[in-house]
Design a protein around this ligand. Structure first.
Ligand SMILES: C[S@@+](CC[C@H](N)C(=O)[O-])C[C@H]1O[C@@H](n2cnc3c(N)ncnc32)[C@H](O)[C@@H]1O
Length: 247
């Protein structure tokens, strides 16, 4: 059971106990779905970076429910950091979590993460270079990119989501390639519609698999590694109904 907790309020969501000044640090009402999404990452040995951690709504599920070997949690709001540290302790996972206080552009780890969570809306774009640097350079991994997507009138939401996911994958691929001098493949594997944010604007999470090509752990290392160096939508499962979850 995961415990997320706060000084004044004690919340239990998805078997997580959170003790935090949650109202000062994060909007919690719609986080259950994204945490459930986090629970589907069931690798037992992976290392994760959560570059906008807040009080730990993703950090704790990675550690307690999804078996992360280690999570590097970046956060610059001191109130959130205080609650995050408390939540890590009450969940008995302090030995597997490194809290990095400050701007993630300065404090985030480099070349360590099998998964990077970019949990910031309306856009996590400022964190994309940080996430690319945090990703393991030898074998790559997964990026979970939060983003608000506006669906123009007359456009199918699934088309808009797939298009935005492909744009993000292409941008990440370009950053990884320019940062490493090697070719990478970034493929959109899944797009999760978390909630409606405003009329025709949706909070999405794009699961993007990023692998270096040619080196150890490159193509062939992932479950569905891409060939070629083009960012693409690789048989992506694009959730299109409010509340729809992947299994
Ligand atoms: C939407 S909130 C929380 C998201 C978090 N993934 C969750 O669900 O609890 C985003 C958090 O990112 C933090 N943040 C935003 N930009 C940051 C940066 N450049 N470095 C570190 N933390 C940042 C904010 O202080 C805030 O607590």
């Amino acid at each position: 059971m995961v415990q997320l907790s706060a000084s004044s309020n004690h919340h239990e969501h998805c078997h997580l106990h959170m003790n935090a000044r949650a109202h000062a640090c994060a909007h919690t009402s719609t986080h259950a779905q994204t945490r459930t999404h986090t629970h589907t990452h069931t690798h037992l040995t992976y290392r994760c970076a959560t570059i906008t951690s807040s009080i730990g709504y993703f950090t704790l599920p990675y550690l307690v429910r999804a078996g992360a070997a280690h999570v590097y949690a970046c956060e610059w709001n001191p109130h959130a950091v205080e609650a995050l540290r408390r939540n890590i302790v009450i969940n008995s996972v302090a030995d597997r979590c490194t809290v990095l206080e400050g701007d993630n552009a300065k404090v985030a780890p480099r070349n360590v993460a099998d998964r990077v969570n970019l949990g910031l809306i309306p856009s996590s774009e400022r964190g994309w270079p940080v996430a690319c640097a945090a990703l393991r350079q030898d074998k790559g991994g997964w990026m979970h990119v939060h983003d608000n997507v506006e669906v123009p009138r007359g456009v199918e939401p699934t088309d808009a989501f797939a298009e935005r996911g492909a744009v993000i994958a292409a941008a990440l691929q370009g950053m990884l390639q320019s940062g490493s001098g090697r070719r990478w493949s970034c493929v959109l594997r899944h797009a999760e519609r978390v909630k409606s944010y405003a009329p025709r604007v949706y909070h999405m999470v794009f699961d993007i698999e990023a692998r270096p090509l040619g080196g150890s752990g490159g193509a062939g290392n992932g479950p569905t590694a891409a060939s070629g160096g083009d960012a693409r939508v690789g048989g992506a499962d694009v959730a299109h109904r409010e509340g729809q979850q992947r299994a």
